[in-house]
Design a protein around this ligand. Structure first.
Ligand SMILES: Cc1cc2nc3c(=O)[nH]c(=O)nc-3n(C[C@H](O)[C@H](O)[C@H](O)COP(=O)(O)O)c2cc1C
Length: 218
């Protein structure tokens, strides 16, 4: 087995984390806490700051994970867009729960979010779809995401077909494409600290609608 290096990031990233995460610094509202950390990550110039791992499992209960882009968040939840007929789409149809994870190496921070998943409204999907570059809109029509393809030429041919089909008319939102919103039930904020004694705080949504905050052992 090829062993990975002990601390590939080196010790510099710990400088950002020297003061850690304290209970009194946390916003009582985890969405606001997320917004604070997300803003800090943008200000730190982190690339692909909105890239997040999305874990799903279908009826067979076997988890699968892939990266998608967070396209918006508010008190309702965390939104990404995809193909509803992809592997993740089928899994979410069978089992509408998901988990998300962000890792921002430069800040040595991780955020985990899990909860039930709902499709966004067609209006919201429409709005986002039409804000994308034309090539991406055509790509959503051309690609049967997660299906086996015979070769690159099949994709190129589908793209050419769609380009012709929509040459002189607006590109409609494909019925198989749109957003999902992950409605958080658990959110965890993880701050790396020296000696692996990291700070972890978990927010758990209570039946009353309140968030219970607890510190977890690293
Ligand atoms: C940085 C990055 C961002 C991505 N963003 C998305 C996205 O927003 N939506 C999407 O459907 N796939 C996105 N992908 C591709 C997915 O990781 C994945 O290949 C695709 O959604 C098919 O997943 P599935 O077969 O599990 O359904 C992204 C990949 C990377 C590396």
């Amino acid at each position: 087995m090829l062993e990975t290096p002990h601390d590939p990031g080196g010790s510099s990233r710990y400088e950002h984390a020297a003061h850690g995460l304290r209970r009194r610094d946390l916003d009582p509202d985890p969405i606001k806490q997320f917004a604070n950390w997300f803003t800090a990550a943008i200000e730190a110039g982190i690339r692909d700051v909105n890239a997040m791992s999305l874990a799903t499992a279908g009826r067979d209960a076997r988890p699968s994970v892939r990266v998608v882009l967070l396209k918006g968040f508010d008190q309702d939840g965390f939104v990404f867009f995809t193909n509803y007929e992809s592997e993740k789409g089928k899994q979410l149809e069978a089992n509408p729960y998901a988990a998300l994870a962000f890792y921002w190496i430069e800040l040595d921070r991780q955020i985990r979010i899990s909860g039930a998943v709902e499709k966004t409204s067609r209006e919201e999907s429409e709005r986002y779809f039409h804000s994308r570059p034309l090539g991406s809109q055509l790509g959503a029509w051309a690609s049967r995401q997660s299906e086996v393809v015979d070769g690159r030429r099949v994709l190129d041919a589908r793209m050419a077909e769609m380009t012709e089909r929509f040459a002189d008319k607006p590109i409609a939102l494909p019925p198989h494409w749109g957003g999902y919103c992950v409605k958080p039930e658990i959110m965890e904020f993880w701050q790396g600290r020296p000696n692996r004694l990291h700070d972890r705080f978990r927010y758990a949504l209570q039946a009353s609608g309140e968030w219970l905050i607890g510190r977890l052992a690293p």
